[in-house]
Write a protein that binds this ligand. Sequence first.
Ligand SMILES: [Zn+2]
Length: 308
Amino acid sequence: MRPVAPRALSLLVSLLETSSGRVVEDTLDTADRDAFEVLRDTGALVAGEDVPLILCPACGDQDVAPRRIGGVLQGLCPDCGYVPITNASLKAWAFDPSWLLGRLRMAFGIAARQDSVELVPGTLWKVGDHKAGKQAHRVLLARRLSEHAVHKAFREALLDKVERDSAVIISTTPKSAAMVSDLSLPFVHLAEVVHLRSGKLELDEERWAWCLKPAHLRSHADSSVFYDGYRAAIVGGEEYTFSVNQALVFEALDGEPGTKRLGSTIMADIGSPQRNPRALFRHNPRQIEGFDRLVAYDDYGFYWLKRR
Ligand SMILES: [Zn+2]
């Protein structure tokens, strides 16, 4: 059983990366259903307007425009003629920026009287100012940074509206796609800096501490965060996903900082015929890259997690 909260946060992140920020209930994969329900029940999603075009419920092949004819919703499908449409198949849900900004303010302990500010409509916000000792950090939330027009507006807002030396960027775009390698500001992925628990977002204190380090200390520190039962990890803003057996390797290595384990023992423990942990990742270029960013080993066959 895979825990639902991390998948709900992943679903929210993927929604935030779409231009509409919307999901149509009937188009959801059944495997995502429980994650969707968590988001809906916590208020992260609000009922959106009806979708203008839907797939014909009869053939599932043609786009039809729902119309209310004689009190009944119908669509005219080129193949099937008039087909009745149930309300359920029209239900669209949109992410609610005010929910996300409110939960982020709570996670950062930002005073309730402070409001978030939209810096670029729909894509960039100042969540609030986070105080740590005498220093205040401006917390920004950005989405869709891989899109040219959005990215351009993001850069302009950074120049005009943000004091650059004290801001932290939280983004739903993976770092590799966000074109931000020239920025000295700390850049973290939403799913690595907060965790969803009981409808609230909790700050990952370790990851946040990393954000507040001076740039020269930050650039050399590779952060690693596992979630979804070690099936996924975000390293330096990049997301990697792993198989069940690969996840068991990480689980076996995770423990007290500095814990080293013999590779052959791990393989025996998890019942893998592979000779060593690295061999289990070698067939997938993305997964071996993730493994090498997360795990170190020596000539004696000992393996350990690289620490943030
Ligand atoms: Zn049809």
